[in-house]
Design a protein around this ligand. Structure first.
Ligand SMILES: *Cc1c(COP(=O)(O)O)cnc(C)c1O
Length: 367
């Protein structure tokens, strides 16, 4: 069986270091906001080229606390994309603001930035670009719009740790960058975890308050906060894994490149990388009209595959309140029936990749 993501080798390699890091937390008894949290925050900020990192409970909470730190509340409009994970959009609703969606670009599958300007109104406060699958969004046009219309940019970098846009690490380009350390992400904890990065002290301070029940000093609660701190044990795990992240991204890129070389020529649309981008390949997503049959075929041959994402945001049952309908975002709708994510993780072997490639070739020969 070839899995979509397989941690067996990575866990074996890091086992001793991880156990030692966890034991240290257990012995130290600083289970909440222990020293590992601050150590990880410092290291992750350095890795991203940002001034501040604040560790939080998840990527979803990173987005929620970021919106709160910017003072977003009901009446505000937040522009983001229809082709993303639900957690990009849920926090907008949680603060009472209104998500304004744009369609995906048919080449990159992420936000079509040419559609944004006409959605900007006097109520627009924030744009949330999503670096989908680890491919950076073209940020310069967004930064220009943000400047002209006085908007903030929150990068949803939950799938894009270490990806680069014109040499800059994503998450550090806009006002705020949000990361998830959900286990299968490029840098994964052993549970839920997330982080906010920023160069602005007032935002880092604000998120720091919000994550800790709004507590400025013990028992003084200055804002309506949340309980969404990065766990000390998860921080210790992330701190152990972070030194390997650059190598893992190189391995992901090599695996992606091998897929691209060997799958070209088949009736598939393969991921591409614009000049401005150095993608971190959280996912390798191919497209075909025969998606559902290819999916079954691979399953029959013990090859796992994913679909990111089968239903665009505006057609999710919980998003009916937004008033969108089928046909509103045709690119997102079309690709949701065509996308297929192939197995990809840093330790994947050439042999495993060859098996995946062979079966995809066989499938198309039989068609
Ligand atoms: C994973 C993910 C999130 C949310 O992260 P969690 O840690 O699971 O809350 C948000 N946005 C995108 C694009 C993601 O892939």
């Amino acid at each position: 069986m070839i899995r979509l993501v397989d941690f067996t080798k990575q866990n074996r390699l890091l086992n001793k270091k991880l156990i030692r890091a966890i034991e240290k937390v257990i012995d130290n008894q600083k289970y909440i906001l222990g020293p590992e949290v601050e150590m990880f925050e410092r290291e992750f900020a350095k890795y991203c080229g940002a001034k501040y990192t604040v560790g939080v409970g998840s990527g979803s909470d990173a987005l929620l606390l970021s919106l709160r730190a910017l003072g977003i509340k009901s009446g505000a409009e937040i522009i983001t994309v229809a082709n993303t994970f639900i957690s990009t959009v849920l926090p907008i609703l949680h603060v009472g603001a209104r998500p304004i969606l744009v369609d995906a670009d048919p080449n990159t599958l992420s936000m079509d930035i040419s559609l944004i300007e006409k959605k900007i109104t006097a109520r627009t406060k924030v744009i949330i670009p999503v670096h989908l699958f680890g491919l950076p969004v073209d940020m310069d046009p967004l930064l220009r719009l943000a400047k002209i219309f006085n908007l903030s940019i929150i990068e949803d970098a939950c799938q894009a740790h270490g990806a680069k846009y014109k040499g800059r690490t994503v998450g550090s380009i806009g006002d705020i960058g949000c990361f998830s350390f959900y286990p299968s992400k490029n840098l994964g904890a052993f549970g839920d975890a997330g982080a906010v990065i920023t160069n602005k002290k007032y935002i880092a301070d604000s998120v720091g308050l919000l994550r800790n029940v709004g507590q400025k000093e013990k028992n003084i609660h200055s804002v309506i906060g949340y309980n969404s701190k990065l766990d000390t044990i998860q921080a210790a795990i992330l701190l152990t894994k972070l030194p390997y992240l650059s190598r893992w991204i190189k391995q992901r890129r090599a695996i992606a490149s091998y897929y691209t070389t060997n799958l070209s020529g088949l009736p598939l649309v393969l991921p591409s990388e614009p000049d401005y981008a150095l993608a971190s390949y959280h996912l390798y997503v191919i497209r075909t009209k025969h998606r559902d049959r290819l999916k079954e075929y691979l399953q029959k041959h013990d090859i796992a595959r994913g679909i990111h994402f089968p239903i665009p945001i505006h057609l999710q049952p919980c998003m009916r309140i937004l008033g969108y309908k089928k046909g509103d975002f045709p690119v997102s709708e079309k690709v949701s029936s065509e996308v297929l994510s192939l197995p990809l993780y840093p330790e994947m072997t050439k042999r495993e990749q060859d098996t995946v490639i062979l079966h995809i070739k066989k499938f198309f020969k039989g068609n």
